[in-house]
Design a protein around this ligand. Structure first.
Ligand SMILES: [Zn+2]
Length: 64
């Protein structure tokens, strides 16, 4: 569901890109405990769209 499959140039394989902030979770936290929602935002900011293995954004295309 909403997974972004990309090819990592470092790991030479297809991986599921990290999603970073999940707004559904953020809103849920906001309703339950607002400070936790803010911490979640700070922790997750800038972590989206990366390779889960090497944590890079070296997206490439598979070599033949
Ligand atoms: Zn990688």
């Amino acid at each position: 569901m909403g997974d972004k499959i990309k090819y990592c140039g470092n790991c030479k394989q297809f991986v599921t890109a990290t999603t970073g902030i999940r707004w559904g979770i953020f809103i849920l936290l906001l309703l339950i405990f607002a400070p936790a929602a803010l911490i979640y935002l700070i922790v997750k900011a800038g972590t989206g769209g990366r390779c889960p293995i090497c944590n890079s954004k070296n997206w490439s295309v598979p070599e033949k």
